[in-house]
Design a protein around this ligand. Sequence first.
Ligand code: GTP
Ligand code: MG
Length: 235
Amino acid sequence: MNITMNPSGGLVQSAVNAPMTVDIPDSFLNEALQFREMMMMYTCAIREVKTKLEVLNDDLAVRYQRNPIQMIKSRVKKPLSILEKLKRRGYPVSVQSVAENLYDVAGIRVICSFIDDIYVVAEMLARQDDVNVLMVKDYIRCPKVNGYRSYHMIIEIPVFFSDRKEKMRVEVQIRTMAMDFWASLDHQMKYKKDLDDSGEISEELKECAEIIAQTDLKMQSIRQKIENRADPSRL
Ligand code: GTP
Ligand code: MG
């Protein structure tokens, strides 16, 4: 197919501002359009799950004066990261392969105040009858050797588009603010970087993760004490 490129790089069908004509194979163009559609679908899936989480938070705030969720972050995996992961895992590079083989194209990170909030939110999400939990990795009960802690769920939810319903997969990572602090810095400094480390840096990071985990437990027990002493007539 002959496609005309305008000077800003966009695809147009008519000649504007002395464009150049390039011959783009139909198969490439098709795949590009399908890729764009797929990314739109993952963006919509994120929106659906985000709304579910916000509803839970609002409901818990009204019922129990609790806001278990402090913050929700989300992202759709970047095309280069998608390509890199397909190649690393030995999967074919195609739109169909992304849909079949990758579970983390749509990602949501839920930041909670306390450890028990994580399990409350995870359980409430999993109980919803349009949510199908495909996989759970509890890196809180079983931290990674480097000290990483977080609760990961891969869920599948139906999303209704103009002409069809699609089941979309979303990775939900739930963690405390303290776990997020550690993971964000670990990611910035080290995760997925080839590091010439004799073990010293890893040990120090792991030590920080342990201290943070103890602080999380301590904060939770303080909250419990406060709740036990609070005046019940306030509710
Ligand atoms: P990826 O290929 O990285 O997606 O890992 P995976 O498919 O084997 O899944 P896993 O559940 O182990 O990790 C998924 C995601 O959790 C990662 O993409 C990171 O966002 C986060 N994660 C896992 N391990 C670590 C870690 O050691 N440090 C940090 N900072 N994040 C981690
Ligand atoms: Mg990932």
